[in-house]
Design a protein around this ligand. Structure first.
Ligand SMILES: Cc1ncc(COP(=O)(O)O)c(C=O)c1O
Length: 381
């Protein structure tokens, strides 16, 4: 192979992010958002004295300040700041984690549907990426453990899961987690668990983490979803010290370090009282809005149906209408200035993902636009 050929790299499109980046700030109603409605700085501070004028705008400790890594480590039993790398969003956390596996070669097995970042990175770097699906069973989205056992081999370097899941909002049961760990252990594979929707549960039980269940585990997470702070661009990876050290060396290439002001505000957000307040806010918004979404979907005489999410601000809605999901999304955009995510972005058929974490009036008005479109379709000759 010549050098020119060896350097050829074609990025696999990240369809959902491209779609959102292009339109989310141009439409009347953006229902493609997957997080809880963001806070203002004032809401985050909640009366706390904070003098941004004091803040040096220099580089800070590039893996995150000791204070922030300590606050993050306290979320994982027995973890120390050296078990944490602070990144720019959980997207960078997923990126540096995936680079770790791409550098080492081998097959990636990935839960689908999913946030397709790891999928696209694997394809871009010509790694073998194989799906294992969540399937609708007994009123929930369950992980296909039979398919997992068949798919994972000694060649599998990584099993990538998203828990709670994007886009279904499902949460793995303890039994499913144990099985995944068992399969990984037998094959010697790693587990990468993207837990960015944890904390945004609709019920009272926190989503269990893969942390502490197995030594070859990487947890990615961040403040963008449950905490309502995507603009801070703060995420993290938690893993063994040795792995974190290795990932830190990739972070030298990807962004060097987090922004000083974001690191400071993230440290504040993760102080126990603030963290509790932000997660309570998220649950209140989600519980109220899920009721609105359910009532709305029921008004279509069975044309729309979904398994209610257990966590997260998104619902994956199945529709029976005579158009593909990319056509549906495009027509909602152009005819109703309303953005949703089509099922095709998750390699699925007639589904749409609706973000329901926004303000009540905004959500209702966006849903009304979708109703107008769906009702218009039914009335068309
Ligand atoms: C599962 C999942 N992981 C990671 C991200 C990236 O989020 P951020 O970089 O804002 O933390 C997203 C965003 O939608 C997501 O859904």
């Amino acid at each position: 192979m010549s050098n020119a050929e060896a350097c050829e790299l074609k990025f696999y499109p990240f369809k959902m992010e491209r779609w959102q980046s292009a339109w989310e700030n141009k439409v009347d109603y953006n229902l493609s958002e997957s997080g809880v409605h963001p806070l203002t700085l004032q809401e985050l501070l909640n009366g706390e004295s904070f003098r941004p004028g004091d803040q040096s705008l220099g580089y800070i400790q590039t893996n995150g300040t000791e204070g922030l890594r300590q606050a993050i480590a306290s979320l994982y039993e027995g973890a120390k700041p050296s078990n944490v790398l602070v990144t720019n969003g959980s997207s960078e956390a997923n990126l540096v984690s995936t680079l770790f596996f791409l550098e080492n070669g081998g097959q990636i097995v990935m839960m689908l549907p999913n946030y397709m970042q790891i999928w696209g990175l694997g394809k871009t770097f010509q790694s073998s990426v194989r799906p294992v699906w969540l399937r609708k069973r007994e009123g929930r989205w369950g992980f296909d453990l039979k398919q997992l056992k068949k798919t994972v081999t000694r060649r599998t370097i990584l099993i990538a899961v998203c828990n709670p899941n994007n886009p279904t909002g499902s949460v793995l049961s303890e039994e499913e987690m144990d099985e995944i760990v068992g399969v990984a252990r037998r094959a010697g594979s790693w587990i990468l668990s993207d837990e960015v929707y944890s904390g945004a549960e609709l019920g009272f039980k926190a989503t269990p983490s893969f942390w502490g269940r197995y030594d070859r585990v990487l947890i990615t997470n961040g403040l963008s979803k449950a905490y309502g702070l995507p603009g801070l661009r703060i995420g993290w990876v938690a893993s063994s010290e040795k792995t974190i050290d290795q990932l830190w060396s990739y972070h030298d290439y990807t962004s060097i370090g987090p922004a000083a002001l974001s690191d400071r505000l993230a440290t504040l957000a993760l102080q126990p009282d603030n963290r509790r307040r932000l997660l309570t806010r998220a649950k209140e918004i989600l519980r109220r809005n899920l009721g609105i979404l359910k009532a709305w979907a029921q008004g279509f005489g069975g044309k729309l149906s979904f398994i209610p999410p257990q966590a997260g601000a998104i619902a994956l809605i199945k529709y029976s209408l005579p158009l593909r999901s990319d056509q549906l999304a495009r027509r909602l955009l152009t005819e109703k200035s309303t953005l949703i995510v089509p099922g095709s972005h998750f390699n699925m058929g007639k589904y749409m993902r609706i973000g329901y974490g926004g303000p009540k009036d905004y959500l209702e008005a966006g849903l009304t636009r979708i109703s107008e479109f769906v009702n218009g379709l039914s009335e068309a000759p």
